[in-house]
Design a binder for this molecule. Structure first.
Ligand code: 3HC
Length: 689
């Protein structure tokens, strides 16, 4: 029988099966909480029922609280009330888990007496990724089951564990091979037949003992995640809750958890991270490409260029079992490229994250070649040679003659005109940009660049393919630098200008680092290499970059760039660089001065926002949140600040506009001219949406 629109109830040979059916992920919406409450009550009141199984329809167990309900506040019954009933039930309650049991979903399972799981199930508490902590007892129950250390890892990383690991950790009682529901019913019958106890996790204490005797475990853990969690507040709140589980009685710990949850819920970080959760999913939607647009099959990929970029791109494919033909122009370059890939895998294997057999298997999927001809049967070819239009056009002209009809021809260009590249072929509809970010095997972002003629199926295929290789794709249009680099150019221009006016590179970098970027503008240039796009033959010492490159200071790889580096790549400010800025400033008639941190921050970030607004105005990005996804996944914008466009909204667009006008007036430089869209929105009190 149907209890609510989202929950049904059935007595199956003495076991009540309460089934949640709230697609797509069975989130704990009000109707689910209500239905579960009624289902458990009904089963408890029925003498013909001896056990209760909580089970979900569709692709997953409960994946958490319904995030869309957070804004409107809690509606009755609360999750905590519903779980309390389950936890105190006088009949065995069994969670039957498939797919993912996440957040409130795992907390529901933790309030059952037993948990059985399908082999592919994953269990976790990912609230930290939303700037939150598990607010329905998760921080108090999980350490009582899996121990303090594992609980700390799970709540601060948010990464779920698989069924086998969960079984080993005691988080599930049995893995059910075959159909889950019959397995869970059989488990229920056994429990009843054995007259087994009704274990409540809240009563357990054994796994907390170790941490009670050695509270230093918390400080050690804090140190171990300090770098990763810098700037975020939620990881620390999660740790405090686990500390409470160890130091306080259960009911007190629950109160601490509730208090800290409420504090986090009101924090700007949680708002930004929740916004970003939906922004990322929104980016997958392309207004003029219907969901049912067919995708082209991609079974074999070609990559041209085995340099840092090409090699990293190839690794993405073989990591998910897709064979790659990697083409270079000389045996030496090919071997060097393959050697780097092998070295990367060996490093991962040394850290224990890959077996030797995996390394062999992955390398076996790469076929190195010196012949473009060998790409003939590839479904997708990605060109990753250096940024030169003529070279790229020549490659595409040749590919057009070689590669089978219908195959996708992609360029990894980071700034060049994709339409011009496509014009070298007779099939511009099959040409697309796939802009990977360095290191390409690590960075999550993929800018998918849509040319004027790119076919819808090609776009749909590439957006789907990106997810297959574990990337987050964002569709952008053609302009110099696309979305990411175009905005970055604006920031770099100001960073250089600030250094000329007297703010040394290390001050500019410190301000950006303190804002939350993993590194500043100058450190980033040093890491990328100052000689990207620099030409030794034509260089005439006209810019600071020319002078640095001419002096052999080409970034970290040469031990010097904007900074001096020691053998551990630790940077120190370089006196020579300071002198160069003074010299160039004098030549330009600039009187250097001390510049306050706030001015540096504004002058670095406001141009990014303004450029983002121009990008929207020109239709290069579909929506403001896509720009934020590009910035968080491609450039290290701190997710707890949402992204540049979200940040602009949080500052208030009127403030952004006023500050842009201030710098425009002060400098007389049209660089600061506010975008039309920004002016329009700011003047009517609007926001980027
Ligand atoms: N609430 C509301 N909607 C949700 C949701 C949730 N918890 N989780 C996912 N959705 C929505 C997505 O927005 C998406 O909607 P769309 O199709 O309209 O874009 C749809 O469900 C499918 O989601 P995905 O595209 O992410 O599907 P995947 O199959 O790739 O991933 C998933 C499924 C692993 C469950 C993933 O959606 C996920 O990680 N969800 C979030 C899980 C989470 O954070 N849970 C904790 C919530 S907070 C909580 O529980 C507080 C508690 O402690 C009190």
């Amino acid at each position: 029988m149907q209890l609510t629109t989202m929950v049904s109830y059935e007595n199956m040979q003495g076991v009540a099966v309460v089934t949640v059916d709230n697609p797509p992920v069975n989130a704990l919406s009000q109707g689910v909480r209500q239905g579960l409450l009624e289902g458990v009550n009904k089963a408890l009141a029925d003498d013909a029922v001896q056990a209760i199984v909580i089970h979900c329809a569709g692709r997953t167990f409960i994946a958490g609280a319904d995030i869309t309900e957070f804004a409107s506040g809690p509606a009755e019954p609360s999750l905590r009330d519903m779980l309390e009933l389950m936890d105190g039930a006088g009949k065995p309650v069994i969670a039957a888990i498939h797919g993912t049991a996440l957040g409130g979903g795992l907390e529901t399972a933790l309030c059952c007496h037993y948990r059985v799981a399908a082999p592919g199930a994953r269990l976790g508490l990912p609230e930290v990724k939303l700037g939150l902590l598990p607010g329905a007892g998760g921080t108090q129950r999980l350490p009582r089951v899996v121990g303090v250390e594992k609980a700390l890892q799970m709540v601060t990383s948010g990464v779920p564990i698989g069924a086998v690991e969960a079984l080993e950790a005691g988080l599930v009682d049995e893995i059910v091979e075959g159909d889950l529901l019959p397995g869970a019913l059989a488990f229920g019958h056994q429990i009843v037949a054995r007259g087994a106890a009704l274990p409540r996790i809240r009563d357990r204490d054994d796994r907390l003992q170790e941490a009670r005797e050695d509270p230093a475990v918390f400080e050690q853990f804090r140190r171990s995640i300090a770098r990763k969690s810098r700037g975020f507040i939620a990881p620390e709140y999660n740790i405090r809750c686990i500390e409470a589980a160890v130091s306080q009685p259960f009911d007190e710990g629950m109160k601490t958890e509730a208090r800290l949850f409420t504090e986090l819920m009101r924090s700007p970080q949680a708002a930004a991270q929740q916004y970003f959760f939906f922004a990322e999913r929104q980016a997958a939607r392309i207004p003029d490409i219907p969901r049912d647009t067919p995708e082209l099959p991609i079974a074999r990929v070609g990559v041209i260029g085995a340099g840092t970029m090409g090699g990293g791109i190839a690794m993405n494919m073989v990591n998910v079992g897709i064979p790659v033909t990697l083409v270079e122009t000389s045996q030496e370059a090919l071997e060097r490229g393959l050697g780097v890939i092998r070295g990367n895998y060996d490093n991962t294997a040394r850290k224990g994250r890959l077996s030797e057999a995996d390394v062999v298997q992955r390398m076996g999927l790469i076929n190195g070649s010196l012949q473009l001809q060998e790409l003939a049967q590839c479904d997708l070819v990605i060109e990753a040679v250096f940024e030169n239009m003529e070279v790229k056009k020549d490659i595409f002209r040749r590919l057009d003659a070689i590669v089978k009809p219908g195959a996708i021809l992609a360029s990894n260009t980071s700034a060049l005109d994709l339409n011009e590249i496509a014009s070298a072929t007779a099939r511009p509809e099959s040409v697309i940009g796939l802009h990977f970010f360095s290191p390409a095997n690590v960075m999550k972002l993929l800018e998918v660049v849509r040319g004027d003629a790119t076919a819808r199926e090609v776009i749909k295929t590439c957006m789907g393919f990106a997810r297959r290789i574990d990337k987050v794709p964002v569709l952008v249009g053609v302009c110099h630098g696309f979305v990411g680099n175009r905005i970055l150019f604006a920031r770099q221009t100001q960073a250089q200008q600030l250094a000329l006016e007297g703010a040394p590179p290390h001050q500019v970098d410190r301000v950006l680092y303190e804002f939350g970027f993993p590194m500043g503008a100058f450190q980033m240039s040093d890491l990328a290499g100052l000689d990207i796009g620099w030409n030794a033959e034509t260089s005439r010492g006209e810019t600071i970059r020319d002078r640095l490159c001419e002096a052999g200071r080409r970034g970290q790889k040469t031990g010097a760039g904007y900074y001096d580096y020691d053998e551990n790549r630790k940077p120190t400010p370089a006196p020579l660089v300071a002198e160069l800025y003074t010299e160039f400033a004098a030549r330009a008639g600039i009187i250097q001065r001390d510049i306050a941190d706030q001015e540096i921050l504004e002058r670095c970030l406001l141009p990014m926002i303004n450029e983002g607004a121009k990008i929207l105005e020109e239709g290069i990005a579909i929506r403001a949140s896509d720009i934020d996804v590009v910035y968080v996944y491609g450039y290290g914008w701190p997710v707890y600040r949402g992204g540049p466009m979200y940040y602009a909204n949080s500052l208030g667009l009127d403030t952004v506009l006023a500050r842009l006008r201030h710098y425009w007036q002060q400098s007389g430089d049209d660089f600061w001219r506010p975008s039309r869209l920004l002016v329009e929105l700011a003047e009517k009190g609007g926001r980027f949406s």
